[in-house]
Design a protein around this ligand. Structure first.
Ligand code: BGC
Length: 783
């Protein structure tokens, strides 16, 4: 057992490169007129900020988005400049590869520089609360740690190139239904443990230059006017030094936004909100000092961004395509494989390629993140190139672009499947099923895709399904096919990566970053998603994703963290050790070491996942929560040790009564393995923590006085007196069983009462004056 660990989790405030520009910004702001300052609080047009030429302050260009640079002119989004289209966040997250996310970020940063963009609007770190959110393809995970670490790496990568990243959408923006008006009703603990954590990790670890506030309301207040969120949490708690930009059109009351901490409104409000800011200062409703503070922070970002421009830069489009292919490959999740894949490219196999997505892939999400790729690969051509005439292939489209099908299309596909040795079916979600701007209606694939798979499975026993979709889907045919490869929205090079995996040139190593439910009814937010009457109630609280399936004992179709390989891995020797003195200085409490071995016959990669769960916790907590992970490459037969450092936050939960993170003394289970379910290694740690207590008041219940260090000692005589009054008995050696029972019941009854009610419920036998005296003696002053 360790010495008591500090009860709250220390906050580190990052020092950002922005602070170097603060002084110059402040001098510039001092030279500005009120109108000039107000003018900087909104954009010049759809994508740029205003300049102040007389002071030499330039304008900056902001554009989407997380998976590629979409530099469009004005509102003609279809006509953006070509840029590399990387796999979307839901794919990248399944790589569980933090350094890869940083590489993607750096490549995006280079492309942004080459295209003259100073702020890239991404990454999106909203949690996947329901698989039905239409924009889940743009978000990483249902787990805040995984999302946060990938987002931090993405930000680090983008900003390493002198381009600002923009964490979005802050906060609790987890659905598209009524996305600009809905009120996300989230309790404080859930907000901090689930919905803010990914933002927090990215802000603390990578100091993004900008954060985008969400469209929605949070607990009754629009995010764009939410002072507690934009100032209290983001700035004061986490030390954010950058600027907050509105989501496009998210501003309601601009003056309230300035007071709350919203620096920049986008796009332009055509001058009307600038005028409102000026009037508010003139009328005294908005202190000019507040405006100055905000504009100084905004100008610091502008100066930093302009200072880091690389006007004559370019990027290597071929190298970025190769990176996009590598990312797509690392993100592939082999969900199921009964000795079907990989297929030997050197054997003269008869292979039926079925489904339009083989030739016309779905490879990116619809909406603001849509880019015009520099080139585009498809699986069909990639497989033809790899097998070079060795395979005898056939092709059938199987379904129509809208997802429907006909008997003729199905018959054609089934016939070709039957005549082959193996059938590869390509299915997924078309744009019209999954997009920014609206939610999905259900978990199903289009009917035509499901029917195609069923028809092929009826004609051919060797079937592998390749899926292209941005979020979890239902698979009513799963038990009828041999293999399922989840390829996600794999970006412009996805076709090549999928082909490599199908023929075993690449060994899939992705793991699910979201649970695949067996039924929509099993999903955690089933009753409350997407809400009604303007209210999205987060009734499942912190039990989202695997936290919920674990707690309710529900078996998903495929669990969080799951993913197979063409080789096998074994985890062994989990060892937990108290931190050394130097580790402890860095805040480490324990280290966990585990050995992972490639027990198969091919090189491969395993994602080692470490979960922590508190046993018999004081407040209800998820049975286990992901705290650490590492992706390890291993040759056949090779072993490696992986070491994780466990810090206070890994054991803590957010106590809404203390408004802070706390750890309780207790026993914690450490679980390590290659998935959130299945054979996990398990050890326990006993922690002793200094418990923190909310201040006692007249509203505190009697039981709180019993455990509070301040009143623990003085409480007993009071309790005895009350028990006597309420049960009509006294504590004594000659107590009868009935009397003891009456005393116990009185104690239980009294414990649950706030103390101010005691005089009332004792009908004056315990007087108000007595209570006051006792509270005073106990040092309870506040009421
Ligand atoms: C989206 C943002 C995007 C912005 C600019 C909004 O509709 O929600 O994610 O960055 O448009 O395109």
């Amino acid at each position: 057992m360790l010495d008591a660990v500090p009860m709250t989790v220390p906050a580190r405030t990052p020092r950002t490169e922005l602070s170097a520009f603060r002084q110059t910004a402040s001098t510039l702001v001092a030279a500005m007129t009120l109108e000039e300052k107000a003018s900087l609080c909104s954009g010049r047009d759809f994508w740029t900020t205003k300049a102040i030429e007389r002071l030499g302050l330039g304008s900056i260009f902001l554009t989407d988005g997380p998976h590629g640079v979409r530099k469009a002119e004005g509102t003609d989004f279809t006509n953006s400049a070509p840029a590399t289209c990387f796999p979307t966040a839901s794919a990248l997250a399944c790589s569980w590869d933090v350094e890869l996310a940083a590489e993607v970020g750096a490549a995006l940063g280079q492309e942004a520089q080459a295209l003259g963009v100073q702020i890239l609007l991404g990454p999106g770190v909203n949690m996947k609360r329901s698989p039905l959110c239409g924009r889940n393809f743009e978000y990483f995970s249902e787990d805040p740690r995984l999302s946060g670490r990938l987002a931090a790496a993405h930000v680090r990568g983008v900003q390493s190139q002198g381009v600002g990243a923009c964490l979005k959408h802050f906060a609790a923006n987890n659905q598209e239904f009524e996305r600009t008006t809905t009120n996300s009703s989230v309790d404080e603990r859930t907000l901090h443990e689930i919905y803010l954590t990914a933002f927090e990790i990215a802000v603390r670890e990578a100091a993004p230059w900008t954060v985008m506030c969400a469209y929605n309301k949070l607990n009754g207040t629009f995010a764009s006017e939410h002072r507690e969120l934009l100032h209290g949490v983001l700035k004061e708690r986490w030390g954010f030094e950058g600027l907050v930009v509105s989501d496009w059109g998210a501003v309601q009351d601009r003056v309230a936004g300035v007071l709350a901490g919203l620096h920049l409104e986008m796009p332009s409000s055509l001058g009307q909100n600038d005028r409102r800011i000026v009037l508010a200062v003139q009328s005294g409703a908005l202190p000019e000092a507040r405006l100055d503070e905000l504009v100084t922070e905004l100008v610091s970002v502008t100066l930093c961004a302009l200072g880091r421009r690389k006007p004559a830069s370019s990027y290597d489009a071929k190298a970025h395509h190769a990176l996009a292919k590598r990312v797509a490959g690392e993100s592939l999740v082999l969900l199921q494989n009964q000795h079907c894949l990989p297929l030997d490219p050197k054997r003269p196999l008869r292979v039926a390629l079925l489904g339009q997505f083989a030739k016309a892939p779905r490879y990116q999400g619809a909406g603001s993140s849509q880019v015009k790729p520099t080139q585009l690969s498809d699986v069909y051509s990639a497989l033809m190139a790899l097998t070079d005439g060795v395979w005898q292939t056939s092709y059938a489209p199987g379904y129509l672009p809208d997802g429907s099908t006909t008997d003729a299309l199905l018959d054609d596909a089934a016939r070709k499947a039957k005549a082959a040795d193996v059938a590869l079916v390509f299915a997924g979600l078309p744009d019209s099923y999954e997009s920014e701007g609206f939610d999905r209606k259900n978990l199903s694939l289009p009917e035509g895709h499901d029917r195609l798979i069923q028809a092929v499975a009826g004609a051919q026993p060797e079937v592998a399904v390749v899926l292209m979709n941005g979020s979890a889907v239902a698979m009513p045919w799963a038990s009828r096919v041999k293999a399922i490869l989840e390829a996600w929205l794999a970006g412009q090079a996805g076709g090549e990566a999928i082909a490599d995996a199908l023929v075993g040139r690449l060994n899939p190593s992705g793991k699910l970053s979201e649970t695949f439910p067996a039924r929509l009814e099993d999903t955690p937010a089933f009753l409350d998603f997407p809400g009604q009457a303007g209210e999205a109630r987060y009734g499942e609280r912190c039990f989202i994703g695997y936290r919920s399936y674990d707690q309710r004992g529900i078996a998903p179709l495929f669990p969080f963290g799951h993913g197979l390989s063409y080789t096998t891995f074994a985890h062994s020797g989990l060892l937990l050790e108290p931190a050394s003195a130097s580790e402890a200085e860095r805040g480490v409490l324990y280290t966990a070491t585990v050995t992972v071995k490639n027990t198969g016959s091919r090189p491969g990669k395993e994602v080692v996942q470490l979960y922590v769960g508190e046993q018999n916790s004081r407040l209800l907590r998820p049975p286990k929560e992901l705290r650490h992970f590492a992706k390890v490459a291993l040759e056949a037969g090779q072993s490696r040790q992986v070491r994780f450092e466990l810090v206070a936050r890994d054991f803590s939960y957010y106590d809404a009564r203390l408004h802070d993170w706390v750890i309780d003394s207790g026993v914690f289970q450490i679980l390590v393995g290659g998935s959130s379910r299945g054979a996990l290694l398990s050890e326990t740690i006993k922690l002793k923590a200094e418990r923190a207590y909310p201040p006692l008041t007249r509203e505190s219940m009697l039981k709180e006085f019993a455990e509070h260090p301040q009143t623990k000692a003085s409480y007993r005589p009071l309790l005895e007196r009350l028990i006597a009054l309420f049960s009509g008995t006294t504590d004594g050696a000659t107590e009868t069983p009935e009397q003891r029972k009456a005393r116990e019941m009185a104690e239980a009854f009294l414990s649950e009462l706030p103390v101010w009610k005691l005089p009332l419920l004792s009908q004056g036998k315990f007087t108000e004056a007595e209570l006051e005296r006792w509270l005073e003696q106990a040092g309870v002053t506040a009421s």
